[in-house]
Design a protein around this ligand. Structure first.
Ligand SMILES: [Zn+2]
Length: 78
C-alpha cells in the first residue's frame, strides 16, 4: 500500500512535479509558468541555464536543461 502521509513540503513538490509534467522531455522548451512553447530552443548556446520567459504576459524566470541524444548510422559504400 502506498504511503500517502506526505509532509506539506513533499506534497507541494509532488503537486509541482505533476503540474509541470508537460514541460519535460519536449522537443522545444515549454515555460513551466505559462506553458508557452519557445521556438528555436536549439539556438540557446548553453545546455543548461536560466531564462526569462519571452512571452510578455509571463516573463518569469525558469531553468532549463538540454539533453542531446546521439545516434549513428552506417551503410555500405557504393
Ligand atoms: Zn512563461
Amino acid at each position: 500500500m502506498a504511503n500517502t502521509n506526505f509532509t506539506p513540503e513533499q506534497q507541494a513538490f509532488i503537486d509541482e512535479w505533476e503540474r509541470t509534467a508537460d514541460c519535460r522531455n519536449t522537443p522545444e522548451m515549454v515555460c513551466p509558468h505559462c506553458f508557452g512553447t519557445l521556438g528555436d530552443s536549439w539556438a540557446y548556446e548553453d545546455d543548461e541555464g536560466e531564462l526569462a520567459c519571452p512571452y510578455d504576459d509571463c516573463g518569469k524566470v525558469f531553468s532549463y536543461e538540454r539533453r542531446t541524444v546521439v545516434t549513428y548510422s552506417t551503410s555500405i559504400p557504393s
